[in-house]
Design a protein around this ligand. Sequence first.
Ligand code: UDP
Length: 422
Amino acid sequence: GEKTEAPLKLEDEITSGECESLIVPEDGGFDLLIVGAGLSGSVIAERCSKELNMTSLILDKRDHIGGNCYDFVSDEGIRCSKYGAHLFHTNFERVWEYVQNFSEWIPFDHRVKGRVEDENKELKLVPIPPTRETVNALFSANVNTDEEMQKWYDEQRVVPKSEDGQPRNGEEAALSRVGPLLYEAVFKHYTKKQWDKYPEELDASVLLRLPCRTTTDDRYFSDPWQALPRRGYTRIFENMLLGDENIQIRLNCDFFELKKSNALPKHKLVVFTGQIDAYYASLGMPKLEYRSLEFENTYVEEPEDGYYQEAMVVNYPSSSVPFTRIVEYKHTPNQPSEQPLPRGTLIAKEYSTDVGEPYYPVPNPENRALYEKYAALAEKEKGVCFVGRLASYKYFNMDQAILNALEMYDNMKENGTLEPKR
Ligand code: UDP
């Protein structure tokens, strides 16, 4: 039932602060205490309620649901995301079908441009991931067919020096795909800005997130389903959680504080979706590394032609500017339909930092080894299930987070951790 832009019954159903006003279920407690109202926690609450009739209390320390997917309509009338651009794309039919339950979806093939330094240090606007157009514009190449592009890559590529020929880190991954020219222009410095590490200090998988193509296909993702929710991501969470008698939510609620003061309501199982090292903070082990983002938001009153830039996302891989990319939300097709778009436009300059809300685990061998120590503790932890990007320290995309939560749910149903109530 998504008819209007206004949030669904938000005030009635989501209360913040103390848990005293909770309506404790008849059997004396909640089946699940879920920490975090992001994708992972919401999927588990929704499935447990709809399929098993189980009750959940969701706590979140923020003042909104939706985790880092949270979006809203700005005062100027532009739908924007509090935590940066979120482009839904998936290859998993199960996920695509599942998300149909909570939103209408508008097809949207994400295309990214980069403002990249060419061989003369001049900034050019080119497609990212690199296409023929990119190499022609940057390196005065003359590549016009798939075969020529293949040949260009073949001449550029550096085969990894490892025994099995597989790239051992991000630098080898990028060099083995695109060679040194594109590596220097597009990947090396962007990566340093994003992670405060050079690609050689990161897993190959980080750099392999971007496709490498010989065709003119300039889409950022290759997945068959790429779309945006018609009324934004927040509405998806509202449709998943609100109006469900089995689910209660408390915002501005710090799980650890409530736990310390013995103020948590009774529950059978904890589903923890926060940072796994925060859960074990009292043990004094080294902390896992997470990257955060900061946004410099600007409303441009009178942009030429109505827009600030040529695409929703323009990357700045050059080390000559401190930010990594600029997002212009007005380009998305899921802007509010109730009112005309304003003349002006909202842009968000994205800076990467190591302080603030965690966004990204930092995939490399050191962090993985440390994470394994936490995972071993989690394995033995009774009555707690760790789910999601922060708790399993994995660089999940939204669809992967949803699939992971659905599979965790399947497993817990299978092994009897979750018991249906009818
Ligand atoms: N990357 C890059 N240059 C770009 C875009 C991406 O070097 O123009 C590298 C960089 O290391 C980045 C990774 O590829 O962290 C993954 O990029 P993606 O856009 O998938 O990151 P996200 O959107 O998750 O922040």
